[in-house]
Design a protein around this ligand. Structure first.
Ligand code: RIB
Length: 292
């Protein structure tokens, strides 16, 4: 099983604050750091760290070579990452004393990916490949349609959630991985039970994985539904935890583990990720996950 991730690559500017700034409030940060992130890049890093063959397709600006090199050093095939005229995507991230974050993205080159570029990338792949998508790059509906024509499996992480997600051909999604807030944006509010039911009605063909933070994960499909508890760790910075979870979950499934085992592995990867600052840098290595 190979993975093709049409995913974002960002430069993250991270500001540590005691409390996240509220509307109308100005707060001082007590530390500033620059990391390499992007939901797509973190997911590719997690897949590669767990031993999978992963191709990352995306776009950076001339300022983004370090992003490409970081992924390459982790074993991600980056020959489909293009360099364009727009600046590399960036994120402004506040992280508070509890490790919670709040993120603003400037998409930059991530949203300059064109349909001919997508066609060219897809040419190299067939039905033995799973496509990963988040909502930080352009033309994801087009990728979904073309990938489905080729019989490829599609895993969608609709993050960040916005109204454009409802316009996508969601009937093509095989695996939907999202957190509760994103799920509410897609399916409306309610209890976790009601949200899972609404998502199940919207996407009856899909396996739905609802990440619930420290409450664990809810797995729902037409055949079965169950919870897996979260793995515990000290939370320093929650940035990238859901992406590390996703990458390790998809890797474990592709390596023949059961759904339950794979979810547990994903939760461990997420737990290790939150215990460290940063994004791509905080993705654990396979032996760390095994040792946890
Ligand atoms: O999920 C975390 C990521 O979201 C950050 O690295 C940031 O770049 C945004 O894409």
């Amino acid at each position: 099983m190979r993975f093709l991730n049409f995913g974002s690559l960002n430069i993250d500017y991270v500001y540590r604050v005691h409390e996240l700034a509220l509307p109308g409030q100005t707060v001082s940060s007590f530390s500033e750091s620059k990391f390499f992130g992007g939901k797509g890049a973190i997911q590719s890093a997690a897949l590669a760290s767990s031993g999978c063959q992963v191709f990352h397709a995306g776009k950076v600006g001339k300022d983004g070579q370090a992003c490409i090199d970081t992924l390459k050093n982790l074993g991600v095939d980056t020959h489909l990452v293009l360099t364009g005229e727009y600046k590399t995507g960036m994120a402004i991230i506040q992280v508070d004393d509890r490790g919670q974050n709040s993120i603003i993205i400037a998409s930059g080159a991530n949203k300059q990916i064109t349909t001919p570029e997508i066609d060219l990338a897809l040419k190299e792949f067939d039905s033995d490949t799973t496509v990963l998508l988040q909502n930080e790059t352009s033309e994801i509906g087009y990728v979904m349609r073309k990938a489905k024509e080729k019989g490829m499996k599609i895993c969608l992480n609709p993050a960040p959630m916005d109204p454009s997600i409802r316009q996508l051909p969601l009937n093509f999604v095989d695996i939907l991985i999202l957190n509760e807030r994103e799920a509410m944006g897609l399916a409306g509010g309610g209890t976790t039970r009601e949200i899972a039911d609404s998502l199940g009605h919207m996407l009856p063909q899909a396996e739905i994985i609802l990440t619930l933070g420290d409450k664990g994960v809810l797995y729902h499909s037409a055949k079965q539904e169950f919870y897996v508890p979260a793995a515990e760790s000290k939370v320093i910075d929650s940035t990238g935890a859901s992406d590390a979870f996703l990458g390790y979950y998809m890797a474990a499934i592709s390596q023949g583990k059961t759904i339950e085992e794979s979810l547990k592995i994903g939760c461990i990867a997420g737990a290790i990720c939150v215990s460290r600052p940063g994004a791509v840098e905080s993705v654990p290595k396979k032996d760390e996950v095994e040792a946890f």
